[in-house]
Ligand binder design. Structure first.
Ligand code: MOS
Length: 750
């Protein structure tokens, strides 16, 4: 089946060495010419269309659905409701680890949030299914919705995020606060935000007996296969997920959700392929979001501006029926030296869909607030914000005392400040104006992101013509994985990247791990690297054992793979091409395989983080309060850079999310109904080009001998973490107004 997907033939110009080159995206041409097929572009023979009918209330019960009217509509084939939904083999309330979420699959008539699926209408056409869903005319027993602090239900939680502890204490926080010369304390709020990937969640499901093929965008292919297999009572190997292209994910496509499961169930029930694509509005509920937080920061400082205590308390919203909470306070654990740090979370149950991982879950909302609090503390100490951060620089991981595997934050501060021109900054706010009389402000924030590593597998096949095929079931959401992963494989294979064909995005390939946590390049990349090394070792065995080879007797240790040839280390002139070795051995190919995971001892011995510093300039209209970001400079250190073009692009993306978080994004809830009032891309504001200034992302060289054998950290999410606070602090510097909620709006500044 994988042959149905057209992989591009490599089109790169030759660059000599493989990793480290700024190659353009392999899939770029396919995408910009419309030849990339996304999940919903698939139309198998005999396909039906499914549309979810969704609740318009946030809490209560569905008392009636006019199923007869829907079924009577021409073209409607079936209507699934809690009354006739076929059984699943796994209880949807019983979460499947490691990314276990309860899924809404019509298990009862209870309504727990707006846009919850309450029925699935399947029809011969999309129009008929849509009309059928409209004819259901649901009746409800309505209970008042719990929409915020005033009526949400507080609870203690042992865990936040995906299994992180909800409370971490280093040192004695009360003693630290008591020892402080001054304590700055403030409350902050971050809003609910929704992923809003360009491509809504979709699936085309086709059953063949007890095997199912799913065209769907997916960030975690192998884990998803296992979970779908559990729900449908089939072996994991019977689930084939094809996800060659994703139109963005941001975390929302790593998690299973109810609508997609229902569509797969309908396809089995009706024995025909079924397509479901959520509407934009329907994505505001069942497919995750970033939950709201209410945060309190208390920073104790001594006479020299050094922290004596850092207390970060977060009240984090979740749904009424599940647990995921934004692990925001944990952003205060790895960054600043303090003898006492307390990071703690409480939960607040609201009648919303369950939050999930979204664009630096925890770090984004936690560091946004921490960086503003640090700015406030710096001002209280009469110090420049950068000087204040340097005074609190953590040489080892705060609390644990572990050495960092590498940390080049000092260099990030220095390079970023130099490029930005930070040294000219007045301490006092409202001191700078531009030629139009706009208030100008400069702010900064520190960026940090952890370096998770997911188990992954790969295969590398060296072919008789001297080219290679490398395979791993990774996911490219637009970050350029196809390109960067091929470069890593090419390096291990001693080939040019355009001699390496990469297959990815299909679950029948070796498990590529998860495209999340900014860990995909390191995870899938290490597997590919190891597979390449294995293939070369096998090839070397053929050559060094063959008396007819110039490499005879060299032994594995004594050859090096370069430019499609194995060379003797002790004699550069004696070499043989891969093709020659394979031809003489009478083999069409040699296949290397590998599994790769992080050695637990690595994380035991070292603290593993990427770092950065972001500097922002804003201009504020003194009459209208309108804020424009006019300059953003980020300097980031994330270990070895595989492809500087793609990495810079990742940083730009993260910094643009930061603009979005600081000034634009918020899902606004109607307190009366629990409905989201701006559930569309017209009113849910994200930056457009006019909102984005020229961006500068500086790649700070960093050699990390520990994080993994490639020395690669992660670059996908760190850009957002420093940017939000930098912009908020620049707004203060421009106006003298401290806004302690996001997004910052013009009315906050009037
Ligand atoms: Mo991401 S929120 O790790 O996909």
């Amino acid at each position: 089946m994988s042959s149905e997907i057209a992989f591009p033939s490599p089109q790169h110009r030759r660059h000599g060495s493989s990793a480290g080159q700024p190659l353009t995206r392999r899939d770029g041409v396919l995408k910009v010419t419309g030849r990339a097929t996304y999940a919903a572009d698939n139309h198998p023979e005999g396909m039906l269309y499914a549309v979810t009918a969704v609740s318009s209330i946030a809490r209560g019960r569905v008392t009636a659905l006019d199923v007869e009217a829907a079924k009577a509509h021409p073209g409607v084939v079936e209507v699934l409701t809690p009354a006739n939904r076929p059984p699943l083999s796994h209880d949807p309330d019983d979460k499947i680890p490691p990314f276990g979420f309860r899924v809404e699959v019509l298990q009862d008539d209870t309504v727990r949030y707006v846009n919850q699926p309450i029925a699935l209408v399947i029809a011969e056409t999309l129009e008929a299914a849509t009309e059928g869903a409209a004819l259901l005319n649901p009746q409800y027993e309505v209970e008042s919705a719990r929409t915020g602090l005033e009526n949400g239900e507080r609870f203690d939680t042992p865990a936040v995020g995906v299994g992180a502890p909800s409370r971490t204490a280093y040192g004695d926080i009360d003693a630290g606060l008591a020892a402080a010369v001054r304590v700055t304390e403030a409350d902050y709020v971050t809003p609910p935000q929704y992923h809003n990937a360009m491509e809504p969640h979709a699936v085309v499901a086709q059953w063949d007996g007890d095997r199912v093929t799913l065209d769907m965008p997916n960030q975690a292919l192998a884990l998803s296969c296992a979970a779908y297999a559990a729900y449908f009572g089939i072996p994991a190997g019977n689930v084939l997920i094809r996800s060659p292209f994703l139109g963005g994910g941001f975390g929302s496509k790593a998690i299973l959700n109810g609508p997609q499961i229902l569509a797969i169930l309908a396809a089995r029930m009706l024995d025909r392929p079924v397509k479901l694509a959520l509407t934009r509005a329907q994505m505001y509920g069942p497919v995750g979001h970033r939950g709201q937080t209410w945060q309190k920061l208390r920073l104790g400082t001594d006479g020299e501006g050094r922290l004596t205590a850092l207390h970060h308390h977060v009240l984090a919203a979740t749904s009424s029926f599940d647990e995921f909470m934004e692990p925001a306070a944990n952003a205060s654990l790895p960054l600043y030296a303090s003898p006492a740090i307390l990071a703690e979370h409480d939960g607040l149950r609201l009648d919303t869909g369950t939050p999930g991982p979204m664009r630096a879950p925890g770090e984004a909302s936690g560091s946004a607030v921490l960086e503003v609090a640090m700015d406030e503390a710096a001002i209280a100490c009469g110090m420049d914000p950068l000087e204040f951060r340097l005074a609190n620089y953590a040489e080892t991981e705060p609390g644990t005392g572990k050495p960092f595997s590498s940390k080049s934050l000092r260099e990030c501060y220095a390079e970023g400040a130099k490029r930005f021109g930070w040294s000219g900054r007045p301490l006092e706010p409202r001191r700078m104006r531009d030629e139009n009389g706009f208030l100008v402000g400069w702010g900064m924030g520190t960026a940090v992101f952890h370096c998770p590593h997911f188990p992954a597998e790969a295969r590398a096949t060296l072919r008789a013509d001297g080219t290679a095929l490398v395979e791993t079931a990774g996911a490219d959401m637009g970050q350029g994985a196809w390109t960067a992963l091929a470069q890593i494989a090419a390096e291990a294979l001693g080939l040019d990247p355009d001699q390496v064909e990469l297959h990815s995005g299909i679950s029948s390939l070796p498990d590529g791990g998860i495209a999340g946590g900014s860990g995909h390049t390191a995870s899938a990349g290490l597997a590919l690297h190891n597979a390449g090394v294995d293939a070369i070792a096998r090839l070397a065995e053929l050559a060094t054992a063959d008396p007819a080879s110039p490499l005879f007797g060299a032994g594995n240790i004594g050859v090096e793979a370069r430019s499609g040839r194995l060379h003797r280390r002790d004699d550069e002139g004696r070499s043989e091409s891969y093709s020659e070795i394979l031809a003489r051995a009478g083999q069409a190919e040699v296949v290397g395989t590998a599994k790769a995971a992080r050695d637990p001892a690595v994380a035991e011995a070292h603290a593993l983080f990427s770092h950065g510093a972001v500097f922002a300039e804003v201009k504020v209209d003194p009459d209208l309060g309108q804020v424009r970001v006019t300059r953003l400079v980020g300097a980031f250190a994330a270990g070895r850079i595989i492809n500087p073009r793609l990495v810079r692009s990742q940083y730009f993306g993260g910094m643009i999310w930061g603009i979005s978080f600081a000034l634009q994004e918020e899902a606004v809830t109607d307190r009366r109904t629990g409905r989201i009032m701006n559930a569309d891309l017209a009113e849910y504001h994200v930056p457009v080009n006019a909102d984005v200034p020229s961006l500068d992302a500086i790649l700070i060289p960093e050699d990390d001998p520990y994080v993994n054998p490639l020395g690669v950290k992660g670059v996908g999410e760190i850009g957002i973490t420093g940017t939000v606070g930098a912009i908020a602090n620049a707004v203060w510097h421009a106006t003298g107004v401290r806004v302690r909620h996001f997004p910052i709006r013009l009315e906050d500044l009037l």
